[in-house]
Design a protein around this ligand. Sequence first.
Ligand code: GAR
Length: 245
Amino acid sequence: MESTVKIGTMISGGGSNLQAIIDASLAGELDVSISFTGSDTPGVKGLERARSASIDTFVVDYADIIRRFKANPDSVELPEDFDLDQIKSKQQLFDDAAPDDVVAPFLKSRAIAERMLLDEMAKFDMDLLILAGFMRVLTPYFIDRINTQPGQYRIMNIHPALLPAFPGTDGYGDTFRYGCRVGGCTVHFIDYGEDTGPIIGQRAFPIEEGDTLEDVKRKGLEQEWQLYPECIQKIASRFITARQG
Ligand code: GAR
């Protein structure tokens, strides 16, 4: 019986959370093996961290795909199995009033990139997908092709705020500017909304008088490096138990 859970990891930048996961795994604290690290951005430090740990890497250059799509939508091929109406009806990233000339190009260009991610990931074994500072939202096109078992979430994310407060791209910045006296981080499953999926774990820290945004980010990241491995192990052990059952 396979005793480890295979995790794929996705990053966009420095990869300090990825490093925490690698370190916890090397320390024997996680029943996981890391199959790959993918990035939406070439040349980022997190890719170097993965290579130093002998983890296979790949890049799907989102910025380049989106640029080419905007310049000429016909120059980039949509996935054969892409159904715009179906994806539009499922997605919860835009509200119903959002104009179609915004929503449709967004969903199309992301599906092109997501198809490339799926093709890269298909080369590896993967039970769970771990977003570790991956700064792209995922659409139902991608999510449905990972969450193939009804009711079983397989994509985890870490967010730099105490959800459901401050979803979006700048959790610590939003927490700081609001004047919160407590900050935090959240590990949750990905669903069709932005940072809305079921919460797996959270950690909080005090924001003292005189703390700067840099202090908040530093305190927050220190909590993330503890929280993410703990939550991964929690879900990995559920997988192992389910296999044995
Ligand atoms: C972390 O603070 C993570 O919570 C955040 O990006 C940072 C990545 O740092 N993620 C998001 O905002 C996701 N929407 P890292 O690259 O050093 O792990």
